[in-house]
Design a protein around this ligand. Structure first.
Ligand code: FES
Length: 177
């Protein structure tokens, strides 16, 4: 009886391939590999896969700024950034601003001290955009702060200005100490 050799390939014909391929990236200091759809927006990866729900949906084009995260230190819309763009990138979300022991970043403390939080929906986005600003401008003016793309339906803009200036002063003082 004739045997069907097509079903059992010779071992020499088998090329080894990586068991799982994916997109490797770092989020809040931890390494992750995304093995799903490369076009998945970062926002859904953070919220639905990692359950990091601090970053919010702010419109399909990220127009409200609630979806901002830091990518390589720059404020970046998580809804308009697909996972395919994040190979080997470092991402920091609002959950990553506190220090390793959970101590608040001076910016987070300043938002609390200045009562710059209403319902809180926009707050993560403000914090991330403000971090980006403070990385570039050590002593930001009201005009600098007004360039941030964030929207707040609770009317916190004035208190956000105070909070960002307070944080800038605290960071400066910390740097001197
Ligand atoms: S605090 Fe409510 S939208 Fe800004």
């Amino acid at each position: 009886m004739a045997q069907d050799h097509a079903a059992s390939p010779n071992k020499a014909d088998i090329t080894s391939v990586a068991v799982r391929t994916g997109i490797d990236l770092q989020i809040n200091g931890e390494r992750f590999r995304h093995t799903g759809d490369p076009q998945m927006p970062l926002l859904w990866y953070l919220r639905d896969v990692l359950r990091l729900t601090g970053t919010k949906y702010g419109g399909e084009h990220g127009e409200g700024g609630a979806d901002l995260v830091l990518v390589e230190g720059k404020a970046t819309s998580a809804i308009t950034t697909p996972m395919s763009k994040l190979e080997d990138k470092k991402v920091v979300t609002v959950e990553g601003l506190a220090d390793a022991k959970g101590g608040l970043h001076p910016l987070q403390q300043a938002f609390i001290d200045e009562d710059a939080i209403g319902c809180g929906y926009c707050t993560a986005g403000w914090l991330i955009a403000s971090m980006d600003l403070l990385n570039r401008v050590k002593d930001p003016s009201d005009n600098d702060i007004d360039t941030l793309p964030n929207l707040c339906r609770c009317g916190c803009q004035t208190r956000v200005r105070k909070a960002v200036k307070r944080a800038a002063a605290a960071i400066k003082q910390g740097a001197k100490a």
